[in-house]
Design a protein. Structure first.
Length: 425
């Protein structure tokens, strides 16, 4: 099937890679269609009473792409640009992400089309509880386990969790992940996606025989993922963070930033870096487009999807791209990067640290246990190392890029699970 038929660029990328992997694995057209098609899609209307007494109706979605290897797993995002197609694309990517790191989940995703900044705290809580109640029929600790995503956090998961507990009549600490620590959240969950990204960068530098202490890094999207990833790359690997950006702009400092200083500024300014150049005269204000094409060793796109495209892929100078966001590279952009020999650690591997520690939290919830932070980090490192090495080996043996290799691993595991299960009835 022609990838151009898909309107969402993330879905186009996911299905393009599925088709490539299917050809290499010898999967027939029927299996490809099954792997491409979500098992369940739900759209709900969310009428909310606003603080001024008016009524507004928001659209909510939940897509379960696959349960071949276990319950659906995936975050919930609140963003004005959320669409059904985007949620389907993200659910599809979650299937491959869970598969490539070998955890027993399938892909799910949810979202509400809303700008969080336009809501009061009370409105946000009412919206979350209405959304939770509206999709409750397909959610459960052994069916589909939500988690935070763009513009959602531990507090929103707490409201979601409490709503389900009110309907069920009991608390289930495994029904959502990304919860506050006091409600069964896991130590290390907040940093997990950034830590996994940093670990993948470290594995790649080791394979390329590059000293991390001599490496410069540009991070687009200095939010939950980008900030923790940058801090770990600097503090634990010795990399130099020379550029950072968020929705308010981007900043470049050839001599490198102090990530602790960046974090303190963001925390004191609503999580944003806006105005940082007034605090640090060495920081030069640039655009996020300029950040992507800086002459650095590592580029970490950790913002929204579709940032590296046919328009700018030819101008990227980084030797290594480590994708912290979901779908930051379009199919056309990826082809250009491959032609130019730029190594890319794809999102389904590079940002899988988050879902891996979500899996750890789910296991802790099912068993009513609490793991130490050191144990969480050690187990995450083991999972990411084994997953990276598996993908690297496929990449080398088939002489293909890391993205195509990652999809081969992921697709093969899901297809094998389906073949072993058989079809009902």
């Amino acid at each position: 099937m022609n990838a151009q038929a898909y309107q969402d660029p993330m879905l186009a990328m996911a299905n393009t890679q599925l088709e490539k992997a299917a050809v290499r694995l010898g999967l027939d057209a029927g299996m490809q269609a099954l792997l491409r098609t979500p098992e369940r899609k739900l759209e709900v209307s969310l009428p909310i009473k606003m603080d001024d007494g008016s009524l507004q109706v928001f659209s909510g979605y939940r897509v379960q792409h696959s349960t071949a290897r276990g319950p659906s797993k995936g975050g919930i995002r609140y963003h004005s640009s959320v669409t059904f197609e985007e949620v389907q694309a993200l659910a599809t990517l979650m299937t491959w992400k869970c598969s490539v790191v070998g955890i027993p989940f399938g892909g799910g995703k949810g979202g509400v089309a809303v700008s969080v900044k336009s809501l009061s705290r009370g409105e946000l809580e009412r919206l979350t509880r209405r959304y939770a109640a509206s999709i409750m029929s397909i959610i459960g600790s052994r069916r589909d386990i939500p988690a935070p995503d763009v513009d959602t956090d531990a507090q929103i998961m707490a409201w979601f969790d409490d709503t389900l507990a009110m309907f069920h009549g009991y608390a289930d600490p495994a029904v959502v992940t990304g919860k506050p620590l006091g409600l069964g959240g896991s130590l290390g969950r907040e940093e997990a996606t950034g830590r996994g990204l940093a670990q993948c960068a470290g594995f790649a530098l080791e394979k390329l025989a590059i000293d991390p202490a001599r490496v410069t890094v540009a991070v687009q999207g200095y939010g939950k993922v980008g900030r923790s990833g940058a801090e770990i790359l600097q503090n634990e690997y010795g990399c130099q963070i020379v550029a950072v950006g968020d929705v308010t702009g981007a900043w470049y400092c050839p001599d490198g930033f102090d990530t602790q200083d960046l974090g303190e500024w963001a925390r004191s300014h609503g999580g944003l870096l806006q105005g940082y150049e007034t605090h640090n005269p060495q920081a030069r204000l640039i655009t996020n487009e300029q950040l992507l094409t800086l002459d650095v060793d590592i580029l970490a796109p950790c913002a929204l999807e579709g940032q590296i495209t046919a328009r700018n892929a030819g101008d990227i100078k980084a030797r290594l791209i480590v994708e912290g966001a979901n779908g930051p590279t379009t199919a056309e952009g990826d082809e250009i990067l491959n032609q130019r020999g730029i190594m890319t650690i794809p999102d389904i591997l590079a940002n899988a640290g988050g879902v891996t520690v979500s899996y750890f939290e789910w296991v802790q919830g099912l068993q009513f246990q609490k793991w130490r932070l050191a144990d969480v980090r050690e187990r995450l490192l083991e999972v990411m190392q084994e997953s990276f090495d598996t993908v690297w080996a496929i990449s080398q043996s088939h002489q293909i890029g890391m993205r195509e290799a990652a999809f081969m691993v992921a697709v093969d595991r899901v297809a094998s699970a389906i073949q072993t299960r058989g079809l009902f009835p």
